[in-house]
Design a protein around this ligand. Structure first.
Ligand SMILES: [Fe+2]
Length: 192
């Protein structure tokens, strides 16, 4: 499909000629930073598509399993959405290793290796997943703001959509933790 000159809301002028924003930063520099963030989150979403199934395998609580399963489905859609953001600024989707998410995944895997399946392990999976969610919320929030400043209307919409999903996933994990998992884990500790 041939794209029209409208360019999906990309402001070529501000993106390419280095015009200055209110804060004094050149928009070309902000665009560079925006693209760096995009590459980072693209890598992160892809890594999570591999990591979440391992959490599902190790989880015991039905509620946690279903929360993780639906978030896995969402994560795949989110990766596609990041690709759409790349396309909206006429770039090919490329990932760059996100050391933060790599570290958080490693940490979560470490917890899972150390514990037997059960309430305690579930609580550990939730803790790890929520740390990941918070990173993503910060990242999508920042990117959405960058896109807004750069007047990339299509990117703003796509990033906002994912931001809403990530926040909801975090709330869901808190609910799972409060409703069953942490209580059971605490009871288990008391018995010891
Ligand atoms: Fe995500």
């Amino acid at each position: 499909m041939k794209k029209e000159s409208g360019n999906n809301g990309v402001k070529q002028k501000s993106a390419s000629n280095g015009s200055t924003n209110k804060g004094g930063m050149q928009s070309s520099q902000l665009m560079e930073l925006f693209i760096t963030e995009l590459k980072d989150i693209y890598w992160a979403e892809k890594a999570l598509i591999t990591a979440i199934p391992k959490m599902i395998k190790k989880a015991t609580s039905e509620e946690l399993i279903s929360a993780l399963e639906s978030h896995l489905k969402e994560t795949k859609e989110q990766a596609t959405r990041v690709e759409q953001v790349f396309q909206s600024i006429n770039l090919k989707p490329v990932g760059k290793k996100c050391e933060a998410i790599a570290g958080l995944i490693k940490e979560a895997e470490g917890i899972m290796e150390e514990c037997e399946p059960g309430a305690m392990c579930d609580a550990g999976i939730i803790a790890g997943s929520q740390k990941i969610e918070h990173y993503e919320i910060a990242s999508y929030g920042t990117m959405r703001q960058f896109a807004e400043t750069l007047e990339l209307s299509k990117a703003v919409k796509l990033l906002e959509q994912t931001l809403v999903e990530e926040k909801a996933a975090d709330v869901k994990l808190t609910e799972v933790a409060v409703s069953a998992v942490n209580v059971e884990a605490a009871e288990l500790e008391e018995v010891k």
